[in-house]
Every structure is written in C-alpha cells, then in structure tokens.
Design a binder for this molecule. Structure first.
Ligand SMILES: [Fe+2]
Length: 203
C-alpha cells in the first residue's frame, strides 16, 4: 500500500483509508530494458528474428519522427509566393508521417520490443542530418525534406526484404504498404516544387 493511502483521522487519531487523494509520486525500476524483446510470444516468430527486426524498426521510427518534425518546422517557417499551398501541404504530410510513427511504434511493441519515444532518444538515434534552428529558403527546406525521404525509402526497402527473409510478413506488409507508399507519394508532391516551370509564357 502506498504512503498516502492511509491518513490519520483528526477526531480519533485512527488510521483511516483515504479514498480521494491520488497516490502519485510513485517510482519503481523499469520493467523492460530498451534493446530487449519479450522472450516468448504466441505469434509464431522466434525471439532472435523479433530482436533483429525491432532494432531496425526503432531506427526507422527515429528517422520517421524526425521527418515528421521537419515537416512541422517547414510548415511553420515557410514563406514567399507559394506560402499558402506549401503551408497546407507540409502540414498534411506531417499528419501522415505521424500516423506512420504510431504504426511503427506499435509494431515494435507487438514484436515484444521497446519503442523509442522521447525527443532526446530520437536525436541520439536518427540518421537524418541535424537541421539548423534557423529559418531557411523554400528550396533548401524542400531539399532537406527530400534528403530525409530518400534515406527513409532506401532503408525501408532493405528492411522490407529483411523482414520477408525472416518470415515477418506483418512487418514486410507495414513497410511496403504504409511506409514506402506514403513516402513515395510525398516525394512526388514535394519534389514537383523544385521543377523549373514557366507560369505565364512557355519557353
Ligand atoms: Fe498549423
């Protein structure tokens, strides 16, 4: 029983159950170390295969969280004649990346692993180059986004094959159907903004 579950009655000095004070300020040892997987799960995948896939998924998760945040930064800091469309497009992509983040993190937990979650752990694990805190021009913003997509797509294709080799068809499906397709679609929409195209007079 926690320390504030019993309180002294002011009238009788007897210890009485306190039913309304929340039992907060609780601390205990963690229940699972990062980098480990649950030994035995009834999902037909052995621990060594799950261990390998979880390690790869956590890196992809860190990169995906970073790309989502890069889209939000771009959404807030974009400027110029294409402000309105890019402001909306960047936010749409941030939302879609956020859904991927949730799917990847939950896949890691399903496989008995521990998913990366917090910003400091994301920063320590992402392979995407650190972006300056300053505001940048639109072509630079877009180039950074495309570099991040490129890194993620190359890694995702490799991970999909690895998952297939290990019999993890669930991860293979998640990567191919969600991660690869979403990132490819976003690359198309974003990269067209770096194509020189006459607005009024044809060349
Ligand atoms: Fe917004």
């Amino acid at each position: 029983m926690s320390s504030n579950a019993l309180k002294e009655s002011p009238k009788t000095n007897a210890k009485v159950a306190d039913l309304i004070t929340p039992n907060w300020r609780q601390h205990a040892k963690s229940i699972q170390k990062y980098g480990t997987v649950v030994k035995d799960l009834p999902i037909g995948l052995d621990a060594s295969a799950r261990q390998e896939i979880v390690g790869r998924l956590n890196l992809l998760l860190a990169d995906t969280i970073t790309l989502r945040d890069l889209y939000k930064k771009s959404h807030w800091q974009v400027g110029g004649p294409t402000f309105y469309q890019l402001h909306l497009l960047f936010d749409k992509h941030a939302g879609e990346q956020s859904e991927l983040v949730d799917e990847l993190a939950e896949r890691i937990q399903m496989l008995g692993g521990v998913s990366i979650a917090m910003a400091h752990d994301v920063a320590a694990n992402t392979r995407i180059e650190r972006v300056p805190i300053d505001r940048e021009e639109v072509p630079v913003q877009i180039s950074r986004l495309l570099d991040a997509h490129h890194l993620i797509l190359k890694d995702a294709r490799d991970l999909a094959e690895k998952a297939d080799d290990l019999g993890d068809v669930g991860t293979n499906d998640l990567i191919a159907s969600s991660v690869v397709r979403t990132n490819e679609m976003q690359v198309w929409f974003v990269s067209e903004h770096l194509v020189e195209m006459p607005l009024v007079f044809a060349r």
